[in-house]
Ligand binder design. Structure first.
Ligand SMILES: *[C@@H]1O[C@H](CO)[C@@H](O)[C@H](O)[C@H]1NC(C)=O
Ligand SMILES: *[C@@H]1O[C@H](CO)[C@@H](O)[C@H](O)[C@H]1NC(C)=O
Length: 207
């Protein structure tokens, strides 16, 4: 059964998308602003950044941290790698719960990016693999929970070693079992999916 559920708790004045234990922030949240307060309690948060190459120059003057003088640049975080092509993250764990984004571009300009910020104590954080869509160019083996993020629509090709029942959620892994997610694709029949190809126009998807 392929179940696609839509899981967005939109705020109507801002562009960010707030989930249960994470938030996705994009370029429109900081456009024209020198600072932006991350709307999530972050005593300890993992910060993931995705950027297209075309944003590199602007991203060099964007940073995130607990204060102006000890923060990390977006392009440094975007380049971090984990094991097996997984995304790396910056661990923002010191100095209290307020995490801020700082914009030092001329005219407080912005350019496409995604910042996904997840509370480190979220159930499943150690068993979920997190990728940039660009690291998924080759077909991958589906073995557990996977979250994929990207700034542009993308296609995921999944090879499953055996038929299995899977579901996909247009959200971070923290929302996978949340009952407030509306199903946007209802199951048509009970066929399990062998290999599949999924076109994704959400900034983040978990399956
Ligand atoms: C996880 O951390 C957040 C932020 O510090 C806190 O508000 C929340 O209560 C914590 N949850 C658990 C399950 O410990
Ligand atoms: C994830 O693993 C780290 C390191 O082993 C551990 O300290 C942490 O408590 C784990 N987090 C959760 C939410 O299970």
């Amino acid at each position: 059964i392929l179940l696609i559920s839509l899981c967005v708790l939109f705020s109507f004045t801002e562009a960010y998308i707030l989930f249960e234990n994470s938030v996705i922030i994009d370029e429109s949240d900081i456009d024209g602003k020198a600072t932006f307060d991350v709307p999530l309690v972050c005593d300890d948060c993992h910060v993931y950044i995705s950027l297209p190459q075309s944003s590199a120059r602007v991203a060099a003057k964007l940073s995130i941290g607990k204060d102006k003088n000890s923060n990390m640049r977006f392009n440094s975080i975007a380049r971090m790698k984990g094991d097996n092509e997984e995304k790396g993250y910056w661990d923002a764990s010191d100095d209290g719960p307020l995490l801020q984004i700082f914009n030092k571009n001329k005219k407080l300009k912005s350019a496409p990016f995604l910042a996904w910020i997840v509370q480190a104590n979220t159930t499943g954080i150690n068993s979920t693999q997190i990728f940039d869509a660009s690291s998924l160019l080759s077909t991958m083996l589906y073995s557990g929970t996977i979250t994929v993020m990207n700034t542009e629509p993308f296609t995921v090709n999944v090879f499953t070693a055996q038929p299995l029942i899977m579901s996909a959620t247009a959200a971070g892994f923290d929302m996978v079992s949340d009952s407030s997610c509306a199903n946007v694709v209802e199951p048509q029949d009970s066929v399990s999916y062998l290999d599949m190809s999924l076109w994704v126009s959400s900034p983040i998807i978990t399956f």
